[in-house]
Design a protein around this ligand. Structure first.
Ligand code: AMP
Ligand code: MG
Length: 473
């Protein structure tokens, strides 16, 4: 099965990566292939689901035209700079050019040790692989820019984590690219001006071909992040590890580690077990994105120009983040309450609802969806908190043409709920993949109510609530 590879990143200078193949696994076992995505990429889904496809997804068969590499990058992790991270357990097989002329990285996550592995084993276990598969595909179905899951396999090997042997797995990930803020930081930290210029040109031609300069690139990435974070916020998504190495220049959500969707709404909500100080709390995400963009800006300064002038130009671009984010947030949150084109005056109404949701522990997804079904008040510990907000809202949407349709398209019925993900993983570890396939199917059409998925639409009972998530690397 010929795949149409054209590996532009592998043509960059050698110091951008380390060329090496994935490390073969003992016994590849098919779990899932994403047939629709395979077809869009120009693959035969049947081939991908067959023995050769399974071997490729496991890293046991390097397809013709691939030039496997591990990419070099650095990153700020929880605010502290690490000058060398890199793909410690991911191998970029190459870039697939689609029949429509799109270009996507095909990466295997959990593909074995690389020169960037540091102390790690280069592998992944089944839990995080299935979690990323389900959540990234759910995000795509919600319309949020994201990397995608092409397929996943078991390795027939075990991985040792937290004192326990767990089943090994590999995730095949598709991304517009894996260029991160941390990729720029890697070269900036080394004072490698030549590499920065080449990376800047590469990123522009790949993601923002209408741009000319480093300043244009900064502006485009800033706009893309503003849109992305507004989308996250509107679905209650908490990324959990917004380190600069997990911030993609393409504007896609990348690296689903300890991510989680809000259930009982609270702006300071944190799930990640490693985020002890709440740096990446729900409400902090916009300012963290801006912080990450500022790191990108400082990497680009020498390409933007000289001295104070470059700093003030970069600063002016970064100053555009807040208004762009606010505008995108208002548009999305407005639609969630039935306003097709919210104006700045509508912000008070939206914030009043959110404040009440926070103090009454209302489920984020169910409250917004409940606006259409008349069940929103039930989500509040004290329904009066909703009932006293509702008259202003009803008066406002009385001026709208079709608020029901607007809300139905903005408010999902189903999100990947944390307890359902954990159940699905526990079942898979025990050899039962039915809950994985069911969850994935349910989340493929997140805006469509379905009796048969009622259990996936319900909020967790108190004893089902998941308080902590783990990156599980
Ligand atoms: P992440 O938390 O997945 O964004 O990963 C942060 C860094 O740790 C990246 O450089 C990863 O490649 C590396 N890493 C994570 N898990 C492993 C592992 N099991 N083996 C080697 N490197 C890893
Ligand atoms: Mg990462």
């Amino acid at each position: 099965m010929p795949l149409n590879f054209d590996n532009s990143y592998a043509r960059l200078p050698e110091r951008f990566f380390s060329a090496l193949p994935p490390v073969a696994v003992a016994n590849p076992g098919a779990i899932a292939v994403n047939r629709a995505l395979a077809a869009a990429l120009g693959f035969e889904a049947d081939w991908l689901a067959g023995p050769e496809g399974t071997a490729m997804l496991a890293g046991n068969l390097v397809p013709e035209g691939a030039e496997p590499i591990a990419q070099a990058y650095a990153g700020h992790q929880f605010g502290g700079f690490v000058p060398q991270l890199g793909d410690g357990r991911a191998i970029l097989l190459g870039e697939i050019v689609t029949p429509e002329g799109g270009r996507f990285d095909l990466t295997l996550k959990g593909a074995g040790r690389t020169p960037f592995s540091r102390g790690g084993d280069g592998r992944a276990w089944l839990g995080p692989v299935l979690r990323e598969y389900v959540v990234s595909e759910a995000m795509a179905a919600l319309g949020v820019p994201t990397t995608r899951a092409l397929g996943c396999v078991t390795t027939g090997e075990t991985v040792y984590r937290d004192g326990v042997h767990k089943p090994g797995a590999v995730l095949a990930r598709i991304a517009a690219s894996h260029i991160r803020v941390g990729t720029f930081e890697y070269f900036a930290a080394r004072g490698d001006e030549d590499a920065l210029a080449k990376l800047c040109n590469h990123t522009i031609s790949r993601h923002f071909p209408e741009d000319d300069t480093a300043l244009d690139l900064l502006a485009s990435v800033t706009a893309a992040q503003a849109r992305l974070i507004a989308a996250w916020m509107s679905f209650g998504f908490i990324h959990g590890v917004m380190n600069t190495d997990n911030c993609a220049l393409s504007g896609e959500t990348i690296d689903y580690g300890p991510c989680a969707f809000l259930e009982a709404y609270h702006p300071q909500k944190v799930f990640s077990s490693i985020d002890a100080r709440g740096r990446y709390a729900y409400a902090n995400q916009p300012q963290i994105a801006l912080w990450n963009l500022a790191q990108l800006g400082s990497c680009l300064l020498s390409l933007i120009g000289a001295g104070e002038q470059a700093v003030s130009e970069a600063q002016a671009v970064l100053d555009g983040f807040a208004p762009a984010y606010q505008e995108a947030w208002l548009a999305r949150m407005g639609r969630k309450i039935g306003i097709a084109r919210a104006n700045p005056g509508d912000r008070v109404l939206i914030e009043a609802l959110l404040n009440r949701m926070a103090s009454e522990g209302a489920d984020f997804t169910r409250t917004f969806r409940g606006l259409s079904t008349g069940t929103a008040a039930q989500e509040f510990a004290d329904p009066q908190a909703f009932e006293t907000w509702a008259p202003d809202w009803r008066a406002r949407i009385a001026r709208e043409k079709d608020p029901e349709a607007v809300m139905a398209a903005a408010n999902p019925v189903r999100i990947p709920r944390n307890h359902r993900i954990e159940e699905m993983i526990a079942a898979a570890v025990a050899g039962d993949y039915a809950p994985f396939h069911r969850l994935h199917a349910a989340l493929a059409a997140p805006f469509t109510p379905a009796e048969s998925f009622a259990d996936l639409e319900a909020a967790p009972r108190p004893e089902e609530r998941v308080a902590r998530t783990f990156c599980g690397t």
